[in-house]
Design a protein around this ligand. Structure first.
Ligand code: PLP
Length: 449
């Protein structure tokens, strides 16, 4: 840490003058200049360091400056910095083969993109080409990206400002036992009723018009909603019954986040397409993609695939992807995530249910957890209203400030604190971060009525 304040002033000046930031009213934000990061920690120019409990948008699965990933990029840059997609390339092919080796069922071929939204755009393109049907069903409480079709699929307020969006999308409710849209009283009932609802939507929207259903295997930003038993196999069965392609969006949940290569592996289901990004190479160089079934891949054997990207399968992005697989295997990342999730995070969060009057529910798996904050445990009224801004969002802003003051950079959404640190976090760091959040939750307790 240099603590160089002159450098910090220049960074701030250039940023405020010339950079337009995502999703923000520019006059209302004050982006923190970050000097560096290592593992599960990053630091600013003021001598403050933070445990990165959001992993930079649930992206940095192997943490900041992982030496194997950095070296893989350096080596690749020295060897061949780029080559356009029409050529065959060693690291691109190697990464596709590794992904296929871990993907379930017959998902054996990969189309590479630059990130998650483009992955979903192309998954939709494949589903439409395969079925000849254009409509796509997507869940409320979902995020699928900010390009036009991905935005139209998104089931959260970020879609509203982009409407009217692309046509031919309809939304349905997924399971969410704590705030059940189906008034169910158990996870099994939630699963059954959510499937009944989905089938009604399919019938009423017209099965003959629906080419795909896209579902985040574990809903991420919109609440870390782990599907109840039987739900995803039920979706699979409905897709088979009505000739619909099942697209699993694993941009956030894939690549170890819940302790599985692909999150579907935890739920006993094989989709037709899986979109991925983020954790595939911890976002060191932008990369995403779709892994598809043999049946879908086969339609593009004789018919041209109607899509492409200049940077599809960029070698500088694929090299850290290949390195990611090696690190996961060598360092036992999946076992580490499962162990920390079940042995450390779960019991600590469960203790908060008793300790904090503001903690209404905790849920999650692996290193992917949500703590849902309420003003009243009986009514379950959220600590802040849905999509709150300004003064209405103050209780959450105060919780966030209390976390930061204790050295944890949290990830929050609406009335929830999400716990999603880098997967390489040590037990000691994890316990320290959770202890800091535990203290910060006393601020939320102050708003309980
Ligand atoms: N899908 C999911 C589940 C995501 O969480 C995100 C991003 O957070 C996306 C898609 C979009 O990915 P990207 O921002 O790389 O376009």
């Amino acid at each position: 840490q240099t603590g160089d304040h002159a450098v910090e002033r220049t960074i701030r000046h250039n940023d405020r003058t010339h950079v337009l930031h995502s999703w923000s009213a520019q006059a209302k934000i004050d982006p923190l200049p970050v000097e560096g990061g290592l593992g599960s920690t990053f630091w600013d120019y003021q001598g403050n360091s933070y445990l990165d409990f959001g992993a930079q948008l649930v992206n940095l699965n192997l943490g900041h400056q992982h030496p194997d990933l950095v070296k893989s990029i350096q080596d690749q840059a020295g060897k061949m910095a780029t080559i356009q997609p029409a050529f065959a390339n060693d690291v691109r092919g190697e990464l596709a083969a590794l992904i296929a080796s871990k993907a379930p069922g017959t998902l054996n071929k990969v189309f590479f993109t630059n990130g998650g939204a483009e992955a979903n755009e192309n998954a939709v393109r494949m589903a439409r080409a395969f079925t000849g049907k254009s409509k796509i069903l997507a869940q409320y409480r979902s995020y699928h990206g900010a390009t036009s079709t991905a935005m139209a699929l998104t089931g959260d307020p970020r879609r509203w400002a982009n409407e009217p969006g692309a046509a031919s999308v309809a939304h349905f409710f997924g399971p969410y036992a704590y705030r059940s849209p189906f008034h169910s009283s158990s996870p099994e009932e939630e699963s059954a009723r959510a499937l009944e609802h989905l089938e009604s939507v399919i019938v009423l929207e017209g099965a003959s018009t629906i080419g795909g259903i896209i579902i985040e295997t574990v809903v991420g930003t919109n609440g870390i909603l782990v599907p109840p038993p039987g739900y995803l196999p039920g979706v699979r069965a409905l897709c088979d019954k009505y000739g619909i392609v099942y697209i699993a969006d694993e941009v956030m949940a894939g690549f170890g986040r819940i302790g599985e290569w692909f999150a579907v592996d935890a739920f006993d289901v094989v989709p037709d397409l899986i979109s991925f990004a983020k954790g595939v190479n911890s976002g060191y160089v932008p990369l995403g993609g779709v892994v598809m079934s043999d049946e879908i891949a086969a339609i593009f054997d004789e018919k041209a695939y109607p899509g492409g990207l200049t940077y599809s399968g960029h070698p500088l992005a694929c090299a850290p992807g290949v390195a990611t697989f090696k690190v996961f295997e060598r360092d036992g990342i999946l076992a580490h995530v499962r162990d920390l999730g079940s042995r450390v995070v779960k019991p600590i969060l469960e203790s908060w249910l008793h300790k904090h009057p503001s903690v209404g529910e905790i849920r999650g798996q692996g290193l992917f957890w949500a703590v849902e904050l309420v003003t009243n445990k009986d009514t379950r009224e959220p600590l802040v209203p849905f999509n709150a801004a300004g003064e209405a969002a103050r209780p959450m802003a105060e919780v966030v400030a209390a976390c930061k003051a204790r050295g944890v950079w949290p990830m929050t959404n609406n009335n929830r604190v999400h716990i999603c640190p880098p997967l390489v976090i040590t037990e000691e760091e994890l316990r320290a971060g959770l202890a800091a959040i535990d203290e910060a939750l006393t601020v939320a307790d102050g708003f309980v009525r």
